[in-house]
Design a protein around this ligand. Structure first.
Ligand code: HEM
Length: 424
């Protein structure tokens, strides 16, 4: 993260790296250049399957991440009602209860890594969005099986190195990844099949039923194995990013008492003594600014848009040949002094009462491959932050806080050790 921010200070809005084995990468750091990249036709600058981070060999084929054009639009039309802000509001009570339950389990007076329980809250919300009929026990069971695959399977170096994908007995690394993958595939496939039995009950609805009911333009339907790939892709993309973002934001909140106090005052005046409910969210403007500020200052991924040049493309005065990767350098764009008043500090006034330009800030990417889970992530982050901020006093229990890479995303080093000082 630091390297990219420093490269921006040294080189300006556009710079490049040429690293053997990784190819040529061009990084852009200004709203104008982001606009130029996003407005380029898909056959010139492509998203989707751009040859990096492709996990379809372990998550299954056919998810929207690898689609483009009308196929992508068609799939997004099916999934968006469940992921957009409006559809996600029905998860508010569930997320709040998960947060309250989690807080009740935190040890008093002993340092613990905050990131794990917060990732669990995010994962629980995702599972509930996918299988609405699942009660807390079933959600926990599905989440545990996925977590085992995610933390002990997907993180194996064998996943991203085809030469290591050799099965030489049950204890070999690749065989262990495949075993965990089988467990996830079998459990989630069975759950999808059970859920599809409710297809003709219009009073029931969730992502699986939405996909099961979709009539495609070729007259077909989405096959269950594609539903499974779509679901697993969402879990991979949504679980850690959302949990890590809540962790970063809470870490900043509890080290900025004046911000915490202002947030609590807003919550008291809008929510009163009761619980945060879906009807409150639109009126919690400072909460929104706090969550946005956490995403701005503490990204969980350094590039929020990565695209591949497929045909010669000129940008920022440079001609890029096919094969070049273009990345939006988020740590640079998100700390621009001409966009944010106080870019180096955690200051929700960078957002509160402000209107940003359409290309000024991209924590969720942009264009046709923008993050489909934005609405859901925002609901989970707001409800978790608001609930936890009102229920506990936390104290940071480590001296240095910095982002470290944990497989595919960045999280705070040591998982952000905090001490629960008291419950409120
Ligand atoms: C704070 C939480 C999150 C952040 C910061 C985040 C950020 C991002 C970013 C930067 C991208 C790349 C977009 C682009 O290339 O233009 C992305 C893609 C994606 N995200 Fe999220 N995301 C979050 C939560 C979620 C959630 C909750 C879901 C669950 C549905 C999700 C599902 C996806 C998927 C499936 C993609 C791939 C989209 C595609 O390639 O077509 N994300 N996300």
């Amino acid at each position: 993260m630091k390297f990219y921010e420093e490269a921006f200070r040294e080189c300006g809005d556009i710079f490049a790296t040429r690293i053997p084995g990784l190819g040529d990468w061009v990084y852009i750091c200004s709203p104008d250049l982001v606009k130029a990249m996003l407005e380029a036709p898909e056959d010139v600058v492509a998203g989707g399957d751009v040859g990096m981070g492709n996990l379809s060999h372990v998550l299954g084929e056919g998810s929207s991440t690898y689609l483009n054009g009308p196929d992508l639009k068609e799939r997004r039309d099916v999934t968006s009602p469940y992921l957009a802000m409006q559809g996600s509001l029905r998860l508010v009570d569930f997320v709040r209860e998960l947060a309250l339950q989690s807080v009740a389990e935190w040890p008093l007076g002993q340092p613990f890594p905050l990131v794990k329980p917060l990732q669990k809250i995010a994962l629980g919300a995702l599972v509930k969005m996918i299988f609405d009929h699942a009660g807390p026990e079933k959600v926990r069971q599905l989440a545990d099986i996925y977590e085992n695959f995610s933390f002990r399977g997907l993180r194996s170096p064998t996943v991203s190195h085809p030469t290591l994908q050799i099965d030489v007995g049950p204890w070999s690394p690749w065989a262990r990844v495949k075993k965990k993958q089988r467990a996830v595939f079998e459990t989630f496939s069975r759950e999808i099949e059970l859920r599809l039995a409710a297809l003709d009950k219009p009073e029931e609805d969730d992502l699986v039923l939405g996909m099961g009911r979709a009539k495609l333009r070729d007259g077909g339907t989405i096959p269950p194995q594609v539903m499974l790939a779509e679901i697993l892709e969402m879990l991979v993309q949504g679980h850690e990013l959302t949990g890590n973002s809540v962790t970063w934001t809470l870490g900043e909140l509890f080290t900025h008492p004046e911000v915490l106090e202002r947030l609590r005052q807003e919550l008291d005046s809008v929510v009163g003594d009761g619980d945060v409910e879906s009807s409150h969210l639109a009126r919690l403007e400072y909460l929104e600014a706090v969550v946005n500020e956490g995403l701005r200052l503490r990204p969980s991924t350094p590039f929020t848009i990565v695209r591949l040049v497929r045909q010669p493309f000129s940008i920022g005065g440079y001609d890029l040949p096919p094969g070049t990767m273009i990345a939006l350098c988020y740590p640079a764009l998100a700390r621009r002094e001409d966009i944010f008043k106080n870019p180096q500090s955690f200051d929700p006034d960078n957002f509160y009462g402000k209107k940003l330009g359409p290309y000024d800030w991209h924590p969720f990417g942009g264009g046709s491959h923008r993050c489909p889970g934005r609405g859901l992530a925002e609901v989970v982050m707001k409800v978790a932050v608001a609930t936890i901020a009102r229920k506990v006093e936390l104290k940071l229990a480590q001296d240095e806080v910095r982002p470290v890479r944990s497989a595919y995303f960045y999280e705070p080093n040591r998982g952000l050790l905090v001490t629960l000082e008291k419950r409120l």
